[in-house]
Design a protein around this ligand. Structure first.
Ligand code: ADP
Length: 485
């Protein structure tokens, strides 16, 4: 696979600064491994503050040219980028599976999903419209201009190594901003490959830069620089809070996509098949490693037994293995620390009275594979219901009334995604409006698309990605007052 990726030019292993592929200035490197078998795939530069400062300077220098191109020009280059990504869909998917571990089918879906943000914002680039306002005085005319915010620092996680880049870079570039990306050190290769395709599509040197290595150091360099006007981050709530605090020093615009604690509520009157399909998708897609994955299943007492039986059956049939193997539905977890976290949450729950229905331990395959798991008799104050599991474990909480379900669902600091299954229109509206969540799926599992706003309430984040709302995150609103008799 690596040989094939290399022959297509999709295996860059250096940082990208000002259109040049560079090593770390002190020559340090870090290894990228395949979580399915522990094999080293590549070494990439371990960069820090100095390389980041140069990347920021390159982005700043590129700004005047890129932001002054016509919207049509930027749009057509983004469109070309989208076309190239789609042309290399298979290779990019292989790269994702190689460094991240997810089943190839999911990796392919990620490429299509990620590419859709480039396509959508290539189109939206032409619709960054201003405004003319009725003036309160006869001698003045009032205009509103929308201007690019400037250089953007983008810090992204390992769970969607491709799509989290395009979801940020697509709208940023559409608006005329330039970007310094810091992908996760666990999965930098997808970011480098998509950056290579951006260069090939005529996006000028310096418009998109990639640095990786010492995350806190790179983060500091981005945050301290007055030239970086916007920080966009997807990752853990703990790191997001630190970045937000540090961004205050230079009052940067900030967008944060942080952790979730998604409830999936199944009411007595739900269609069992629909609820089962939705719960499987929301819990087990990406092996539970998405911030919108179900973290707590809330099941009403009347449907409880029937649901648990069907759910157990479905979970037992999930095939675990290397993402390149046909039919595999569950890949490995990203690293040993992730498995240990899942283990400790399960142990804590069991020690407090929860029961393992199926799974509950590491998989025989070894490495970072964990068995798809259901845990019943969970209480909302157990750690497993309070922290993000980020693994294939479904904790089930039984409830009696709608009020109780809403109370449990909202009893968390997070507020990203929530799901509910019911055949009552009244119930679905009541509960949807009562849920303190930025994304609500009614009788539907995982839903995320470039045309819809994605983001959280409470400590799940700030701002929205995707859709027309996502564009505003990269724009400043400029009031112009023109005086004349
Ligand atoms: P996850 O649990 O998903 O790995 P993290 O928040 O640790 O979430 O990581 C998300 C991204 O944030 C990664 O690119 C990581 O390298 C980066 N990161 C982690 N710590 C810091 C930090 N102190 N400053 C800047 N970036 C950081």
């Amino acid at each position: 696979i690596v040989a094939r990726l290399k022959s297509c030019g999709l295996f860059p292993t250096k940082g990208l600064v000002g259109g040049k592929w560079i090593d770390a200035y002190d020559g340090n490197t870090i290894e990228v491994t395949n979580p399915a078998n522990g094999e080293v795939i590549a070494s990439v530069p371990f960069m820090g503050e100095r390389e980041t400062q140069d990347a920021i300077s390159s982005a700043y220098d590129a700004l005047s040219h890129w932001s002054k191109l016509t919207a049509n020009d930027r749009s057509s280059r983004l469109r070309k980028w989208y076309n190239l990504v789609m042309k290399h869909k298979e290779e990019l998917a292989q790269l994702i599976t190689l460094e991240q571990g997810k089943p190839l089918k999911e990796a392919t879906a990620e490429v299509v999903y990620g590419a859709s943000y480039i396509e959508f914002f290539a189109e939206e680039a032409k619709r960054v419209n201003g405004d003319i306002l009725p003036s309160p005085s006869p001698n003045r005319r009032l205009f509103v201009l929308k201007q690019p915010v400037g250089v953007v620092g983008a810090i992204t996680p390992w769970n969607f190594p491709f799509a989290m880049i395009t979801r940020k870079v697509g709208p940023a570039l559409a608006c005329g901003c330039t970007v310094v990306i810091k992908p996760s050190e666990l999965t930098p290769l997808s970011a480098l490959a998509v950056a290579e395709l951006a260069l090939q599509s005529g996006i000028p040197p310096g418009v998109l830069n990639v640095v990786m290595g010492d995350a806190p150091n790179i983060g500091n360099a981005l945050l301290e620089s007055p030239q970086v006007r916007k920080l966009t981050f997807t990752g853990s709530t703990a790191v997001g809070k630190k970045l937000m605090a540090a961004a205050a020093q230079t009052v940067k615009k900030v967008s944060l996509e942080l952790g979730g604690n998604a409830p999936c509520i199944i009411f007595d009157d739900a269609d069992l098949e629909v609820a089962l399909k939705g719960s499987m998708a929301t819990k087990f897609l990406y092996t539970g490693q998405a911030c919108i994955c179900t973290n707590r299943l809330l099941v009403q007492e009347g449907i409880y037994e029937k649901f648990i039986n069907a759910f157990t059956n479905a979970v037992q049939n999930l095939k675990v293995g290397n993402g390149f193997t046909e039919g595999v539905a569950q890949g490995p977890l990203i690293n040993e620390a992730a498995v240990q976290k899942v283990e400790s949450l399960v142990q804590d729950a069991v020690s407090k009275g929860a029961k393992v229905v199926v799974g509950g331990k590491r998989h025989d395959l070894g490495f970072t594979f964990y068995e798809p798991t259901i845990i019943s008799d969970v209480k909302n104050d157990m750690l497993i219901a309070r922290q993000e599991i980020f693994g294939p474990v479904a904790p089930v909480i039984k409830f009696k009334t709608e009020e109780e379900a809403i109370q449990i669902a909202n009893d968390t600091d997070s507020g990203l995604a929530a799901y509910l299954f019911t055949n009552s229109i009244q119930c679905s509206w009541r509960v949807t409006e009562a849920l303190e969540y930025g994304i609500v799926g009614v009788n539907d599992g995982m839903f995320s698309s470039e045309v819809a706003p994605f983001g959280g309430f409470k400590q799940s984040g700030l701002g929205r990605e995707g859709s027309k709302y996502g564009l505003d995150e990269y724009l400043e609103v400029n009031q112009v007052c023109l005086y004349g008799k």
